[in-house]
Design a protein around this ligand. Structure first.
Ligand code: PHE
Length: 345
């Protein structure tokens, strides 16, 4: 009896080893036969009680080897058929079919304009200085020669922090001038971009928050002519080679003398249009020679050093460059507006 059953199992092992199912159905048939819930091996395990004691172990191992052989074969066949299916799918793939388009983002027009200004000044040795937006009264006003109760403070009313008369949202990037001069001695040549705030009613032309770029150059023998030349270079790079500039006397507490700079209207070629209000000129920035008092306030010897500074609103430059007539569009972030600047990347 025992020998007979051994032969039967050995035959089964051979069958498994020789089995060569090819189609999906045949493979499934093979699985059901040897590994399914009613597989042919199960009854064999029951037969173990008919095997004499000293061969029980051998018998168990033999039946088990059939099971393992079946499992291995099934796994190999399954892998083969799956990779064949993958190959078939790959054959069917149409490599000439158009791809699914990926929506491209765009930089914000203010970033584009800001980067452009920074790039123009970097080329002539200005390095970027960035500072805090929540500023100490001293850096924003007092150091910049605008002491408490000075009437010029009215031009730049701002937001103070709750319970503080000292901490405020900076009204201009000029505070970076004071921060830089307090931290280092000349020569200083910086460009300071950033966000500024003013207590102003929001309209098409003004906003309670906007961006500026400040420039500061302090060294020995810096003159007004140096400033004029650098600003002319900027105007040509920013608004076109044909640009002209003019300086009109003005007032800022921290510069003396002070000026407003106009650039010849690049929209109408200075012939006169709505943007330049038919004057041929558009106002671009404020500038001047750093007031000696500001240098002294910041610990710089005003007898040895002189300097110039300038500041401009980035929204204003962007409005002129891209012919945008409402400043609020820059803050609403409507994608239909922003998408138009993709090409300007
Ligand atoms: N801070 C001035 C403003 O906000 C601009 C300016 C900067 C003028 C530097 C002169 C020099 O209006």
């Amino acid at each position: 009896m025992s020998a007979e059953i051994f032969t039967k199992v050995k035959q089964m092992l051979e069958e498994v080893q020789n089995a060569a199912p090819t189609t999906k159905e045949q493979i499934e048939q093979f699985r059901i036969q040897y590994l399914g819930s009613k597989n042919v091996l199960k009854p064999l395990f029951g037969e173990i009680r008919n095997v004499e004691n000293e061969r029980k172990k051998e018998f168990g191992q033999l039946v088990n080897s059939v099971k393992i052989a079946a499992e291995t074969k099934f796994q190999t066949l399954k892998d083969q058929i799956e990779s064949a299916a993958d190959d078939a799918a790959a054959q069917e793939m149409d490599l000439t079919a158009p791809g699914t388009p990926m929506p491209l983002g765009a930089r914000h027009p203010i970033s584009i304009t800001m980067n452009r200004i920074i790039e123009i000044f970097s080329r002539i040795g200005f390095t970027v200085a960035e500072e805090r937006e929540i500023e100490d009264d001293w850096y924003n006003f007092t150091a910049m020669n605008t002491p408490e109760n000075h009437p010029a403070r009215d031009m730049q009313d701002t937001y103070y922090l709750k319970d503080s008369t000292q901490m405020l949202l900076r009204t201009h990037t000029s505070s970076v001038q004071a921060r830089t001069m307090m931290a280092q001695q000349p020569p200083i040549r910086i460009i300071a971009p950033g966000r500024v705030y003013r207590n102003e009613t929001v309209s098409a032309r003004s906003h309670c928050q906007f961006h500026q770029v400040e420039g500061l150059y302090v060294a020995e023998n810096v003159s007004f002519a140096d400033m004029k030349q650098v600003l002319l270079y900027f105007a040509k790079e920013m608004y076109g080679e044909k640009s002209k500039i003019r300086l009109r006397p003005s007032f800022f507490p921290f510069t003396e003398p002070s000026a407003e700079m106009d650039v010849s209207c690049f929209i109408c070629d200075a012939k006169g249009c709505k943007v330049c209000k038919h004057t041929g000129w558009v106002e671009i920035l404020g500038c001047g020679m750093v007031d000696p008092q500001v240098l002294e306030n910041c610990g710089i010897d005003s007898k040895r050093y002189t300097g110039y500074a300038f500041g401009m609103g980035i929204e204003r430059q962007a409005m002129l460059l891209y012919k945008v007539d409402d400043i609020r569009l820059f803050f609403e972030n409507d994608v239909r507006f922003l998408e138009q600047f993709k090409a300007a990347l």
